[in-house]
Write a protein that binds this ligand. Structure first.
Ligand SMILES: Cc1cc2nc3c(=O)[nH]c(=O)nc-3n(C[C@H](O)[C@H](O)[C@H](O)COP(=O)(O)O)c2cc1C
Length: 226
């Protein structure tokens, strides 16, 4: 059984942060002492080891079929295990076409992180992708509010059910369902890491000059962007 939980998350637009929150709330409701850390707000060069034997979770978006460098480097620097188990989650670009939920693509995100943590002595007890509304709006128009709401409701149920199982000591490796497509896009993840992220990730981003005009989430902007 899980005695305490430490979640480390990274989030660009809030999806991964919400998954971290849902997981933490499920743990706390069951009486598990839980600490949630936003890695963007912590000293990523001097990471405090999690308590011995605690369950550790990493939750991050997917960028270019991998975890973003901030999370990957955090995992590379993460202290070795002292009897800890770990679960890994990635949020992906979920969409909805008519009544069908369309998943994103993880690539090597979970697999590379899992190998690194295995080598550090961690037991991997869970691997799960969550398909929250896509924020890669350089490639498609923004997702409508009603669709966002229905994707969110579904993903919250999935996260809570995953959390319940992991917290009760079960092992859940749902991500294995996608392993073939993940391996097929793995060369793209490598190209994205070395080249693509310096171009594609910079094609569209908000700064403090954003005045919430909403143009960026519209079709008109989508076509003007290309
Ligand atoms: C630069 C960039 C690259 C992305 N690459 C992928 C990807 O390879 N696969 C995927 O499924 N989603 C991809 N996405 C979508 C996000 O991973 C997804 O919307 C995620 O839920 C966002 O989480 P966040 O709100 O915590 O940042 C990308 C988004 C951005 C901005």
């Amino acid at each position: 059984m899980v005695t305490s939980l430490n979640i480390y998350f990274f989030s660009g637009t809030g999806n991964a942060r919400n998954v971290a929150r849902w997981f933490a709330e499920t743990a706390q409701a069951g009486g598990t002492p839980t600490k949630t850390t936003d890695i963007a707000e912590t000293d990523r060069k001097h990471i405090q080891p999690p308590p011995q034997g605690s369950l550790v979770g990493f939750i991050s978006p997917t960028h270019g079929f991998n975890y973003p460098p901030a999370m990957m480097y955090f995992i590379f620097r993460f202290p070795r295990a002292k009897g800890n188990s770990v679960f890994l989650m990635n949020t992906r670009a979920g969409l909805k076409l008519s009544k069908w939920f369309v998943p994103g693509l993880s690539g090597i995100a979970l697999w590379l992180a899992a190998v690194v943590l295995l080598l550090k002595g961690y037991r991997i007890v869970g691997l799960r992708s969550i398909d929250l509304p896509s924020n890669w709006i350089s490639f498609h128009p923004g997702v409508k509010e009603m669709v966002v709401a229905s994707i969110y409701a579904r993903c919250k149920r999935i996260t809570v059910s995953f959390a319940d199982k992991i917290l009760s000591g079960k092992r859940v490796y749902t991500a294995f369902r996608d392993i073939i497509q993940d391996l097929l896009v793995s060369p793209v993840s490598i190209g994205y890491f070395f080249v693509g992220r310096f171009i594609l990730a910079k094609s569209f981003y908000a700064t403090s000059a954003c005045d919430n005009c909403d143009l960026c989430t519209n079709w008109i902007f989508f076509f003007c962007n290309f």
